[in-house]
Each structure stands twice: as C-alpha cells, then as structure tokens.
Design a protein around this ligand. Structure first.
Ligand code: SAM
Length: 370
C-alpha cells in the first residue's frame, strides 16, 4: 500500500479516493464495520495518509465486497440464525437466495421487450449480462417461464403504483428490505426530496451499484444502500445513514417473505412497525404457504427449476406462520389484500394456464398506519 500525503479526499492518478466515512456510506455499511473488515484483511484500502488514515477507491471496494461474497453459503438462506452482527461473506447474485434477485431481473428484462409492457426496467438486462458465472437460463420460451414473467410484471406494476401513490401523499422516505436488483430508485419518476434506502446483502448491493455505475445510470432520488443481513440489526444500520422514524415511511417488501423463517418474518413486521410513524404505508407480496408447498411438487415447479436452475424447495421456508395481514392488523395497520391474478386481470393480463396456478399463490397487501 502506498502512502498519500493529505488527509483530504483526493485523487490517486486518475482515481478518486475518499475517506472511510464516505466509502462506508457509498457501499452501505457502518464506518466501524469497514474499518474492521480492513483490519481483518477482508478488504484493502487503496492507500493510507501519512497520518495513517485509510483512503478508498469506491469501485475497487465494491469489487472486493463482491469477491468476499463470491462463495456459496454453506447453510440454507435464512433458516439458521446467523450469529453476531458482523456480515462478511453473505451471498451474491449467483447463489441460492441471491440468485432469485437475478431471476427476477431476467423476468423484468423479458417484460421490458413487450410493446405493452406493464413496467419497463431498462437496467434489468444489464444485471443479467454482467453476472459471473452467467445465469443458466434454459427453456425461457416455455409456458412456465412466460407465466413467471407475467407474474413479475403484474407485481412490479402494482407496487410501482402503490409506492408512487405514497409519495404523492407526501411520504419522502422509501425503504426496500431485500431490494435485490430492483432498479426503482433509478427507474421511477420520484418527486424531488425522496430518499430510497435499499437493504440487502453487501455482495448483492455491491454488484448492483457496480453494474449501474458502469452503465452511467443516475438515480432519480437520493439513493442510500444499506448493506445488512435482515437477521441482524438493520434498523440501527438504517438510522446511521439518515433514516428517521419520526417521519412516515413507505416500505416495499417484494419477493422476500418465502425466504424468511417464521421468527425472522415476525421480527421484520415488528421492527417495521416500530420504525413507522403515523401515515406510513407498506406494500407486501405475500405467498400462500399451503398452496406453495403443493405447487413445489408440480410439473410447473419442475419447469421453473429447469428454466432458471433455482430449486425453490431448497430456499423457500414454508413452515406455517400467522398471515402477514393478521400480524399487521395486530400491529395497528389497516390492510387490503388482492390476489395477483385479480390485479393481472385488471391490467389486461389475466393469467391463464400455468400462470393461473402460480398467480393464485401470491397476493399484494397494501397497508397503512394511522
Ligand atoms: C426474489 S429476490 C427479490 C428482490 C427484489 N425485492 C425484487 O423483487 O426484485 C430476494 C432478495 O431477498 C434478499 N434476501 C433474502 N434474505 C435476506 C436476508 N436475510 N438479508 C438480506 N437480504 C435478504 C436476497 O439477497 C434477494 O436479493
């Protein structure tokens, strides 16, 4: 490591260098965490000032974080409670539950090609192209994959509408737990003053930011990644980067619940409620776990696995738990739930064939806190 003779943020050759606070904020971790990762040899700073302070190149740091997480997890995604609050070596977008983020991006890329697309995500294809190893998408012209693309399109559109409605009502804090490769911060026409906080594993967010930054994409809101495992203390991580629980928040919980254990899911809703000032709103995709258990053993599920290489039986946790709507009502939210199939019909995309079976599994819950 070469030393650099100023305490200020500056340039090393043509590469911009920043201090630990800025670097940590850019990748969404606490400065103390980044400092500890460096001390323990997980990542290396570009240089050190004569006064001993670390200087970072953010693009390099993102690559290093991706590399740390570039190994398959040895346990199931969310079934074994992780110990401690340190997150080094979560998952990336090519393995296990992380791969599901890439699969959803592939579906959004497919939808974006349609002249009558329900949501045009022009960033989605870039994620699929950048993934290494490349995603083994097979049989993507089959009926099950088409059904899945349709479902993702309806869910994306329904939640786009919900979240933009929330900002029209004056909410300017958006939090997306398990954001994956959702590009809403870059894609939606946010009113000025909105901040989008995205929570996911460090490797997932580092990959996403690298691909977006390489393509020159600029967020349409203030954008703040929060690199944290949802089984850990994510509320503290959120507060550290400027979130306030005194103002109303709009939350998006999309494509997450089936990967959580009953305990982690209960904890998620309790924490969201604690952080939600009156006037907050939440959009959630729920899955009927009894129906999902049956669906996992159907030919359609085999078709999904063949197309995507993702075995849902290995990553869905279908242990029974109280319905999200009941839990939210107990926490004081008013809820409304609609089946994805019903929403699709309203948008001119009534599901048929394998799509109808898949759409019956899922619903979108819209909840408000007064
Ligand atoms: C199916 S993807 C959905 C991503 C995004 N919401 C969307 O709809 O495009 C599931 C996401 O949940 C994230 N996830 C699951 N369990 C998590 C945990 N314990 N901590 C952080 N992220 C988690 C994964 O990393 C992945 O990005």
């Amino acid at each position: 490591m070469r030393t650099w003779d100023s305490e200020q943020v500056g340039m090393e050759g043509d590469r911009q260098l920043v201090g630990t606070g800025k670097a940590a904020a850019a990748v969404g971790v606490n400065p103390a965490t980044l400092w500890r990762w460096e001390r323990d040899g997980h990542v290396a700073a570009e240089t050190r000032t004569v006064g001993g302070q670390l200087r970072w190149n953010i693009d390099d740091l993102r690559r290093q974080i991706e590399a740390i997480t570039d190994t398959p997890p040895t346990t199931g995604p969310n079934d074994v409670p992780a110990g401690g609050s340190e997150v080094v070596g979560g998952w990336d977008v090519t393995h296990g539950v992380g791969l599901t983020a890439l699969i959803v991006a592939a579906a959004r890329a497919e939808e974006a090609k349609r002249p009558d697309a329900l949501a045009v995500d022009r960033f989605a294809a870039g994620f699929v192209q950048a993934a290494e190893p490349a995603m083994a998408l097979a049989a993507v012209d089959g009926p099950v994959w088409s059904a899945f693309v349709g479902m993702m399109a309806v869910r994306t559109r329904a939640l786009d509408t919900l979240i933009l409605d929330a900002t029209t009502a004056g909410i300017d804090q958006i939090v997306v737990p398990a954001a994956g490769l959702d590009a809403r911060a870059y894609r939606l026409p946010w009113p000025s003053g909105v901040t989008v906080y995205e929570i996911d594993q460090p490797g997932v967010l580092a990959f996403k930011q690298r691909v977006l930054s390489d393509s020159g994409a600029v967020p349409h809101s203030r954008y703040q990644p929060v690199a944290c495992d949802l089984r850990h203390d994510w509320p503290s991580a959120l507060h550290t980067v400027g979130f306030t629980s005194t103002a109303p928040t709009a939350w998006l919980v999309e494509g997450l619940l089936p990967y959580l254990s009953p305990e982690v899911e209960a904890d998620l809703f309790a924490r969201i409620t604690e952080l939600s000032a009156p006037g907050s709103r939440i959009g959630i995709e729920t899955l009927d776990l009894v129906a999902a258990d049956e669906w996992m053993h159907t030919t359609a599920a085999r078709g999904f696995e063949a197309a995507t290489g993702c075995v849902l039986a290995e990553i869905w946790d279908t242990r029974r738990r109280a319905a999200a709507t009941d839990v939210l009502r107990e926490h004081g939210w008013q809820t409304r739930s609609r089946e994805l199939g019903e929403l699709g019909a309203e948008l001119g995309r009534a599901p048929t064939g394998p799509a109808a079976d898949m759409a019956r599994l899922a619903a979108i819950v819209d909840a408000q806190r007064s």
